[in-house]
Design a protein around this ligand. Structure first.
Ligand SMILES: NC(=O)CC[C@H](N)C(=O)O
Length: 620
């Protein structure tokens, strides 16, 4: 008996190595609790299976981010048996096409044991989870791939597990010599014209597929691949199509546990499949894959301890797949217009006046989590509930997934907005992402969808459109004089001339770094033409400045630069050294005081905006 419990805590000082994730603890608890359960009996109708060690007990759980928990005999190999059925069914759907498979194999539960020699009223197998259906799948693949059929199956099972799988030749030989019941089923299928090849050829594939060796760990990863729409979460490989997965899970739901299927889905509520080798796999879509191995079976051919593990997992965490709810209202993390929260662009008076007249022309919805049918529906109703904006910005930065239904509804919403001449702006999504492809595939024919990766750039762009629309002009080439600088407001013309004489005119090319945080602050800058932006060292954009505004003015208060300033386009600026400015202040104390008051005013405005933004994010 090789029972492996989780490794002992080695370094209690180090939380990361000492801590046991609660799910690992839970699975270990299940292992300990059900260890002493000796009910059931090892299958021996295939003589070789009777040799299994009844004490073996392994549990594994694979998450969809590719983590695999393991307890006990999770690496002890055993034959896959009927747990091969869902995977071979999925493979057949993909290789042969759904029509060819669905034409001959039904999808109704039989209510019979797995090895029942009975077909449905059309003389077809009831479903692919009972032997008749599984033998038919193997037969269809045998017909399509001839001598390569088994290698095709073994290769696919290996991709589900994420490793190459071996066959237990002794179990194969044992079932080949004793499998008369399956032979009877195969003859029945052949006489009903469901399988075309010889019974021996088809069963050679089926028996061999049942004798593929896996472990509880493999089983968990295979189940997780089904839970993950066909993508193996450990290798990242798309093993089968989402179509094949959804159909396979459907049949597992209704028939995976044979004549115990109804009870199973009622009590546990997780699609599952068992095998007489002692394995059970359970696959909870979008959540996890569970694999267990314990060879003592109940009267239905299902592992006794495996059932207990599944029941405990489902009950403890409330994982029944029909026991779910979702609150769509959590989708919108922030909802505001530019009146409440403008972009970080410092605007000149004329632009500010225009924007102030249209505070709700640009609406921003910051979304979070999964965009599902109900979430996007909620978003669309929130939009419709207030005055129609001219621009809607959807920030998708925190969106983690989009369902098919959510995407479809989103595209329909964009169309609706387009009909009302509302421009949709997307931010937080890259054009190279699969999500972008999915959105544009559905909205390709509408022209009013724009995108900017940074939310602030999106808001700024939409604001500019409003400024243009209402007669304002933003001329990036215009040259301004010191007289227009708010920081210098209220000082006399002579004083300004004196300052102008102290200034050196600097020229910058696009992308030139003008100031860097951490450097000593020796001078003030007045932007004369062009555009620059101010960013924090971690890349967060604080402000975009256009001609007529100052930067580096914090030098008056702080000897070290706290942000980077970079030219967006070619730009020119007046630079006045701090020492020249201080001398000017000494000569003109009143003007100096006025400048300091202007500075206080600028800082107060920035603080008001920053507070509004914080408030918005903190709001429920
Ligand atoms: N339920 C099962 O695991 C049955 C598989 C086994 N190979 C058989 O056909 O009898």
């Amino acid at each position: 008996m090789t029972t492996r419990h989780p490794r002992p805590i080695q370094n209690p000082q180090n939380w990361a190595s000492a801590a046991m994730p609660p799910l690992q603890r839970f699975l270990s608890g299940c292992h300990a609790d059900f260890w002493s359960d000796h009910d059931g009996a090892v299958a021996n109708y295939i003589p070789e299976l009777g040799k299994a060690d009844p004490a073996h007990f392994g549990i594994s759980l694979a998450t969809l981010d590719g983590h695999v928990y393991e307890v006990g005999d999770s690496r002890v190999p055993f034959t896959i048996q009927s747990m091969s059925k869902p995977f071979v069914f999925a493979l057949a759907l993909d290789i042969l096409g759904s029509d060819a498979v669905e034409r001959v194999i039904g999808v109704e539960p039989s209510g019979d044991p797995f090895n029942s020699i009975r077909l449905n009223a059309d003389n077809h197998p009831f479903n692919a989870m009972v032997n008749a259906g599984a033998i038919t799948c193997s037969g269809l693949l045998r017909q399509a791939r001839q001598a390569d059929a088994f290698d095709t199956i073994r290769d696919a099972l290996g991709r589900f597990a994420g490793r190459k799988l071996d066959v237990d030749d002794a179990v194969f030989a044992s079932e080949s010599t004793t499998g008369d019941r399956n032979r009877a089923i195969a003859y029945l299928l052949r006489t009903s014209d469901v399988i075309k090849d010889s019974v021996d050829d088809v069963l050679a594939v089926y028996f061999r597929q049942c004798a593929v060796l896996i472990t509880a760990r493999d089983c968990a990863i295979m189940a997780a691949t089904l839970a993950n729409r066909g993508v193996n979460p450990v290798t990242g490989e798309q093993v089968v199509t989402p179509y094949a997965v959804s159909r396979t899970l459907s049949v597992m739901t209704s028939s995976g546990m044979y004549d115990f299927a109804g009870e199973w889905i009622y009590r546990v509520g997780i699609p599952a499949k068992s095998g007489v080798g002692g394995g059970i796999l359970a696959s909870l879509p979008a959540r996890l894959g569970l694999g267990s191995y314990s060879p003592r079976l109940d009267g239905h051919g299902n592992s006794v301890r495996g059932i207990k593990v599944c029941e405990a997992l489902s009950a403890h965490y409330g994982l029944h797949m029909l026991n779910r709810s979702d609150d769509a209202r959590t989708t919108i993390i922030a909802d505001y217009d530019i009146g409440a929260n403008p972009s970080r662009r410092s605007r000149r008076a004329q632009e500010r006046d225009i924007l102030a007249a249209y505070p709700d022309a640009v609406r921003v919805l910051e979304l979070v989590g999964t965009l599902s049918l109900s979430n996007v529906d909620y978003v669309s109703r929130q939009l419709a509930a207030s005055a129609r904006p001219q621009f809607v910005i959807f920030d998708l930065h925190r969106v983690t997934a989009m369902t098919q239904a959510g995407l479809r509804l989103l595209a329909e919403l964009f169309h609706e907005l387009a009909d009302f001449h509302v421009t949709v702006v997307l931010s937080g999504i890259r054009r190279t992402s699969p999500e972008w492809q999915e959105i544009t595939a559905r909205t390709g024919d509408i022209r009013n969808v724009r995108d900017f990766y940074l939310l602030d750039t999106a808001i700024e762009w939409a604001e500019d459109q409003i400024v243009y629309r209402y007669g304002g002009a933003i001329d990036f080439l215009e040259t301004t004089e010191l007289a227009e600088q708010p920081l210098l407001a209220g000082i006399s013309e002579e004083e300004r001339h004196e300052l102008a004489a102290l200034a050196i005119i600097r020229h910058y090319q696009q992308s030139d770094r003008i100031l860097s945080s951490g450097e000593p602050a020796h001078s003030l800058f007045f932007l004369r033409s062009g555009v620059v932006h101010v960013t924090l060292p971690d890349g967060i954009r604080l402000a975009t400045l256009t001609a007529g505004q100052c930067f580096g003015e914090m030098a008056l208060l702080d000897p070290v630069r706290s942000a980077d300033v970079t030219a967006d386009f070619s730009a020119t600026a007046f630079e006045i050294t701090l020492s020249d400015f201080e001398r000017f202040r000494a000569r003109h104390p009143k003007a100096g005081e006025r400048v300091m008051r202007n500075l206080a005013q600028l800082l107060a405005e920035r603080l008001t905006i920053a507070n509004a933004r914080l408030n918005l994010l903190a709001a429920d």
